[in-house]
Ligand binder design. Structure first.
Ligand SMILES: [Zn+2]
Ligand SMILES: [Zn+2]
Ligand SMILES: [Zn+2]
Length: 137
C-alpha cells in the first residue's frame, strides 16, 4: 500500500521514505515529529525533515499546528496532490484536552464561509474538547 501511495504521488521510493510512511499508516492518527523519530530508531534528522517536506509538497501529508502543542503530521486523503491540499476547506482538526491526541475529522460538513472582498485560499478549522475514546472511558 505504501509503495503504491508513493508511486501515485510521483515520489521516488527510498527505504527511508517507505519507513516514515509506514509509521504514519500504521498509527492511523496524526503524529508529532518526536513520535515519528522514536519509531525510526537510528536515523538522520536532515533526511527526516526533507522527507516530511517532500511528503507535504506532494500532497501525502499535512501539518497540524495547534497553539501550545508540538506540530503534528497527518496523512492526507487521496484527493490531495502536488501543491494542492483540498481538505483544508473541508476538514476539522480536533484536539482532545483529555488525552492530548489530535484527530482529522472528515465526516462533518463545514458551512461555507465567505468574506466580502477577500479571496480565501485555506483556513484552519480547529476545535478543542474531549474525543470519542475519552468520552467512552
Ligand atoms: Zn492534504
Ligand atoms: Zn481523548
Ligand atoms: Zn488533518
Amino acid at each position: 500500500m505504501s509503495k503504491n501511495l508513493l508511486k501515485s504521488k510521483n515520489i521516488r521510493e527510498t527505504a527511508f521514505r517507505l519507513k516514515v510512511l509506514e509509521i504514519l499508516l500504521a498509527e492511523k492518527k496524526p503524529l508529532t515529529v518526536e513520535e515519528i523519530e522514536k519509531q525510526l530508531g537510528k536515523f538522520d534528522r536532515i533526511t527526516l525533515y526533507r522527507t516530511i517536506k517532500t511528503f507535504e509538497d506532494k500532497g501525502v501529508i499535512h501539518e497540524i499546528v495547534i497553539a501550545g502543542q508540538p506540530k503534528r503530521i497527518a496523512l492526507c486523503t487521496s484527493t490531495c496532490s502536488e501543491g494542492e491540499h483540498h481538505h483544508h476547506l473541508e476538514h476539522i482538526h480536533f484536539f482532545c484536552e483529555s488525552c492530548n491526541e489530535t484527530y482529522c475529522i472528515e465526516e462533518v460538513e463545514i458551512p461555507k464561509i465567505n468574506i466580502p472582498n477577500h479571496e480565501i485560499n485555506s483556513f484552519d478549522f480547529q476545535m478543542k474538547g474531549v474525543c470519542e475514546v475519552c468520552l467512552n472511558k
